[in-house]
Design a protein around this ligand. Structure first.
Ligand code: M6P
Ligand code: ZN
Length: 190
């Protein structure tokens, strides 16, 4: 009888308390106000420089991007803050391959998952520690941090999903999440 083969360990570790992803193969990106300014309706940011970090993503691609059948894993941390009356939020995207789905799971903090279908109908799911969110294919997704502490969530998405940011850059979402008297309120675009 032969011994079971030992697959090489990629040495990726998750701290399940805070979601932090560690390992040599973990990649990282940061989005600052200067990257995101055009997403906000009133982009003037008093007291915050263009290098202010809005969110960080750390993720692992165990297989090449665009390969069909694989999965990627990531951790996104959004700082608490506002630009005008809009909360700090991710860019938001459709998947380039429209039928690809994704899971988001909240670890710490509170916020809203903003979902928009291709008919531009927008709805919210509340994100709280432990909330699990299934994002079907064909749905644009963005997360806003509505709390006073950082919001962190894990994500798992297909390796061939890709990110279509251009559609969001061109048309935005059909509604904006605004702080109205201390409450997150979805305000339709005119
Ligand atoms: C999650 C996943 C990633 C995405 C990240 C930030 O971790 O959906 O694919 O890149 O959130 O979102 P965005 O790319 O819209 O800035
Ligand atoms: Zn996605």
């Amino acid at each position: 009888m032969t011994e079971p083969s030992q697959a090489a360990s990629p040495g990726i570790r998750v701290d399940w308390w805070c979601g932090r992803l560690e390992g040599l193969l973990v990649r990282e990106s940061r989005k600052t106000l200067s990257h995101l300014q055009k997403l906000f309706q009133y982009p003037a940011c008093e007291g915050m420089g263009p290098d202010t970090v809005v969110y960080r993503v750390r993720w692992w691609e165990p297989v090449p991007a665009n390969l069909e059948g694989g999965l990627f894993w990531g951790l996104t941390e959004i700082e608490s803050g506002q630009v005008g009356d809009e909360y700090f939020m991710t860019h938001g995207h459709f998947h380039a391959k429209r039928d690809r789905a994704e899971y988001y799971g909240t670890i710490q903090g509170s916020g809203m998952l903003i979902l928009m279908n291709e008919k531009r109908e927008t709805r919210l799911e509340e994100m709280l520690p432990g909330s699990l969110h299934y994002i079907p294919g064909g749905i644009a997704h963005r997360v806003a941090n509505t709390g006073v502490a950082p919001l962190s969530f894990w994500a798992c998405w297909p390796s061939d999903a890709g990110h279509d940011y251009a559609t969001i850059d061109a048309n935005g979402f059909s509604a904006r999440l605004k702080n109205r008297n201390g409450r997150p309120t979805l305000v339709p675009e005119e």
